[in-house]
Design a protein around this ligand. Structure first.
Ligand code: SF4
Length: 119
């Protein structure tokens, strides 16, 4: 069955761009509303092990939408391209959006908006 999931990527948790939000509370807010099938947190998706994470996750062909809240969408598209290609994941199923410099409430609102606009 097709699944939708959210990954929060936070530049190792050390980048000032993610200091205004409580990342676990962001994930909890989305979980509580059950608007995706799973949520997860990755410290650095653009590192080699992030590539591995994406490949292992997406090798499960049931994933129909992958929302990635992190940095600039165009950067995400470039950085994840090889991992998507390696497992044949259709790039149009990757919904990327930027939550840097947002508070917890602003990040939750941005995620909900992105999911609503790309159901
Ligand atoms: S993918 Fe973006 S948000 Fe994630 S660690 Fe790399 S630069 Fe930071």
């Amino acid at each position: 069955m097709a699944k939708k999931g959210l990954i929060l990527c936070v530049c190792q948790g050390t980048c000032p761009s993610f200091k205004k939000m409580d990342t676990f509370e962001v994930l909890n807010a989305i979980r509580r509303e059950k608007i995706v099938d799973f949520v997860s947190l990755h410290p650095q998706l653009c590192a080699d092990d992030g590539d591995q994470y994406l490949k292992i996750l997406l090798d499960n062909k049931d994933i129909d939408k992958l929302y990635v809240a992190g940095c600039d969408p165009l950067m995400q598209q470039k950085m994840f391209r090889d991992a998507f290609d390696a497992v044949g994941f259709d790039k149009s199923k990757h919904i990327a959006f930027d939550i840097r410099n947002k508070t917890t409430e602003e990040a939750v609102a941005a995620i909900k908006e992105a999911i609503k606009n790309n159901p």
